[in-house]
Design a protein around this ligand. Structure first.
Ligand SMILES: *Cc1c(COP(=O)(O)O)cnc(C)c1O
Length: 388
């Protein structure tokens, strides 16, 4: 009997050590980690430079609260806003908190325009977090069930469907919240001109364009932020996951018409942007180089293509961009044992999303040898699943 609330369907394994793309159990068995803590440890486990930044700062100053200036927070704000091409940032402690901040900004934006009950446009298959407001913005019925979600505050449309957004005709709409590529909802990629088209609609109608890059950010897709594949600048941009390489920190950034909404007292967090967390953000930024992001594209494409070469004729298709990698199975393939078989037989850590998609979120600096190993192990798994 565990003292932990049973909120997770945990796998029967735990790890005691991590190094780069490998996790180790107490008996020393190595597992090739193609999931990196769900797109979190983008630079790999226990990256030496991140570890030494943690150690140094832990011995110097961990937390003072935001009653005072925090020099490392100023620095982290600067590097992050420059990397994102945004103007200002609020530091939170998780992805949900970053999105909660975005949704509060949208409500304040509407309030300032005299709207009584503002609505935010969100997408089918979206995932935005587990706080009450972010789970209300989330599509997954399992995450929502029983929580009296705030459904009147959102309008949901199909992901990737520009016309569905253009057709909306509700004066209460104040903002639109979308992931550039949907992660938890099954790795859906929209049409190439999607963000540009959404930006134009938002601009025309005075809605805030709010991008949830909690998962797609911090180099995951091969650009610092996935929206940088398009020609737009969002009004609000959130991120977390890879931002701290495992240290819990999130960020909500603003630009254009979202600047100046918050003043002293309108939002806050005791822990937001501690000296320790902020210094880690700076260390991650320093090591998330163009070379690392190029590697994410090269090796991500290599894994996708290698699997397609072997299995496209068996009905498997590839999804995602950079190191957000999905393989959608043809109808009738049973994935209920896939994660366990990958782990126990092939010592490969993967995940299944959207019911029929095997998902990989490897380290951005994955070596080519380990990319090849992932292909070999995954191929063996797919042979079993497809009944080779
Ligand atoms: C993981 C995730 C979140 C929630 O982040 P937490 O840190 O778990 O609160 C929100 N949005 C997206 C797109 C995510 O992938």
């Amino acid at each position: 009997m565990s003292y932990l609330m049973p909120t997770y369907a945990r796998q029967p394994i735990s790890f005691v050590r991590g190094e780069g793309s490998y996790l180790y159990t107490a008996d020393g068995t190595a597992y090739l980690d193609a999931l990196t803590g769900i797109a979190v440890c983008g630079l790999g486990h226990c990256h030496p430079a991140i570890t030494s930044a943690i150690n140094e700062q832990a011995g110097q100053l961990v937390h003072t609260s935001n009653l005072f200036g925090v020099d490392w927070q100023e620095k982290a704000g600067e590097v992050l806003c420059r990397a994102a091409n945004m103007q200002q940032v609020f530091f939170a402690n998780s992805g949900a908190e970053a999105n909660e901040c975005a949704l509060k900004l949208a409500r304040l934006y509407a309030h300032n325009q005299g709207k009584a009950r503002p609505k935010v446009v969100v997408m089918e298959h979206s995932f935005h977090g587990r706080t009450l407001l972010t789970v209300s913005a989330t599509a997954n019925p399992k995450a929502r069930a029983g929580f009296f979600t705030l459904d009147d505050d959102f309008i949901r449309v199909p992901f990737g469907d520009i016309q569905a957004v253009a057709d909306l005709d509700d004066a209460d709409i104040c903002a639109l919240l979308v992931e550039p590529i949907q992660g938890e909802g099954g790795l859906h990629t929209p049409p190439d001109d999607y963000l540009d088209a959404l930006a134009k609609i938002c601009d025309d109608r005075g809605w805030l364009l709010m991008l949830d890059e909690v998962q797609t950010g911090n180099g995951r897709t091969g650009k610092y932020f996935a929206y940088q594949y398009s020609n737009i600048t969002p009004d609000v941009l959130t991120t977390a996951k890879g931002l701290g390489n495992g240290f819990p920190i999130g960020a909500c950034m603003v630009s254009g018409k979202a600047v100046g909404l918050f003043g002293a007292g309108s939002h806050g967090s005791t822990y937001g942007g501690t000296p320790l967390g902020s210094r880690i953000v700076c260390a991650v930024y320093e090591h998330l180089t163009d070379e690392v992001m190029t590697n994410a594209v090269t090796e991500g494409d290599f894994i996708r293509q290698a699997i397609l070469d072997k299995f496209a004729n068996r009905g498997i298709s590839a999804r995602g961009r950079g190191m957000m990698i999905g393989f959608a199975m043809p109808d009738g393939v049973d994935l209920s044992q896939a994660v366990d078989t990958a782990r126990d037989v092939h010592h490969l850590i993967v995940n299944v999303t959207g019911g029929n998609v095997i998902r990989l979120l490897p380290a951005l600096n994955l070596s080519h040898a380990d990319a090849q190993l992932i292909v070999d192990k995954l191929s063996a798994l797919l042979d079993t699943l497809l009944g080779a």
